[in-house]
Design a protein around this ligand. Sequence first.
Ligand SMILES: NC(=O)c1ccc[n+]([C@@H]2O[C@H](COP(=O)([O-])OP(=O)(O)OC[C@H]3O[C@@H](n4cnc5c(N)ncnc54)[C@H](O)[C@@H]3O)[C@@H](O)[C@H]2O)c1
Length: 364
Amino acid sequence: MKGEKMENNELLYLSEEDTIRAGLLDIRFCVDNAEEVFRTVTRGEYLMGGPSENEHGIRICFPKEKRFPGMPVAAPGYSFMAMPAYVGGPFGAVGEKWYGASLQNLKKNLPRAYHMVMLNDLETGRPLALLTAPLLSAARSGAAPGVAMRYLCHDGCKKAALVGAGLMNRFVILALFSECPGIESVQVYDIDGEKCKAYCREMSEFTGREVSAAGSMEEALRDADIVHTGQSNSFVLKKAWLKEGAVLLISSDVEIEQDILCDAQLVFDHKAAHDIWIQNDPQMGLPTFDALRLMEAGAIPADRVCDLGDVIEGRRLPEGVGHRIFYWMGMPVSDIALAAALYQNALDKKIGTKLRLWDKPLWK
Ligand SMILES: NC(=O)c1ccc[n+]([C@@H]2O[C@H](COP(=O)([O-])OP(=O)(O)OC[C@H]3O[C@@H](n4cnc5c(N)ncnc54)[C@H](O)[C@@H]3O)[C@@H](O)[C@H]2O)c1
């Protein structure tokens, strides 16, 4: 019989190297997977957390003041988050991504976030697989803007700008070269100039294409037909910096000037999730909140707004003549769908390490 057979008391552990061997660096595979996720979500064949069935996850945020000795306090980017999801459609998978993150890690030369994904059997709840997932998480994060490139960017796009020379933008650049074959130049801006140069060197070598470091945000964005934001600290995105008609792919915390927003065509990853977010956690200050408030005030008409799933399903494109903006804030369904596909590949190719839950449960 082809493929790995798992016993009832076993789960498959996939290290980062295992996930790579199972196909994680195959960007077309990741973008196709992300496209199916958007399709599945727009058809309503999913569940995410909480009573709204649309929550991003549950966060532990430490307070500004210590409440007892030994308690950590709030710090930039310091959080712990559980992100459960069921994704139906072609996936039929359930699981959870769990991570701890801190921006301080970057100073210690550590990853910003440590993600793990657990997949469970839909019928019994039995754990099927545990995956090391910082790279998986970056891949699903970079693949979604790749779907937006597939559906929202036109063939004439020749220049791209990436903000942030981090992990997510490694997959975004792979998606860019894969989805937009007409791209001739990529400018990258990062506040850390040395990191930016190292990223450009590495990604030029990896892709065999030229990737250049820009000296300023303005320089990177000036002539870009496509802009992707994937930086960790917020900035104000100015209309004066942008080429007319540039497509803006917003995956990180950015304050977009109101002039841009009021004319724009807005494509959400899944607007229902942002409606819940602004209600439950307005302090979070996501980049979508300004747009949602302008919509509520009537400054952005409803026909300028849709979900990417609507575009994929051929139902509609947003009206309007300004910049096309895609908002991508991440969804747990994406982690589970990509993990499920990698798990299947790992079984087929006999990749990974079997772990035993027990030889025999002591008490049931
Ligand atoms: N939408 C999603 O699904 C999703 C998923 C993961 C991360 N994110 C967001 O994207 C950000 C980047 O994620 P990552 O894993 O690539 O992080 P990373 O730490 O690997 O990279 C972030 C980079 O941004 C640079 N940077 C910070 N502020 C900047 C600024 N104002 N201008 C230019 N460069 C700046 C940093 O120097 C760093 O190199 C995260 O902080 C998070 O906010 C979004």
